[in-house]
Design a protein. Structure first.
Length: 132
């Protein structure tokens, strides 16, 4: 039997090929227009050190799928109520968010995507950041 080993770079490329990634200004405009919900999956330590995006929903990466799945007893109705919602996942630099957004698409959120460059790109673009 021949094993086809894939690398994390392969998985990341496959995930991103499915996404319509948003740059920070596009994500901010979509959120302001009510066309997107930003979902911050960064750790508490990252959020404490760098701040947060005003209006973003926070759930740590390790529980994200349970919070968006409408069938889960731990679902967050802000995220799980509408499979047509445009959920924009935000991590620190835009890597784990790509993998998470692809997983959300597998759960039925066809418009799930991520923030290209993550929180660091948001902050570098001069977009609003608050301290918790």
């Amino acid at each position: 039997m021949v094993s086809m080993r894939r690398t994390i770079d392969d998985l990341l490329a496959a995930a991103r090929a499915r996404l319509e990634r948003l740059r920070p200004p596009e994500a901010a405009a979509a959120m302001d227009a009510g066309d997107a919900v930003l979902v911050d999956v960064r750790s508490e330590a990252q959020r404490a050190a760098d701040g947060v995006i005003p209006g973003a929903v926070w759930h740590p990466r390790n529980v994200l799928e349970w919070r968006v799945d409408p069938a889960s007893s731990h679902a967050d109705p802000r995220l799980s109520a509408d499979l047509d919602a445009r959920l924009v996942i935000v991590c620190n630099e835009g890597y784990q968010s790509s993998l998470a957004a692809a997983t959300l698409q597998e759960l039925g959120f066809a418009r799930a995507t991520d923030l290209d460059g993550g929180f660091q790109a948001w902050r570098a673009a001069g977009l609003p950041v608050e301290r918790e």
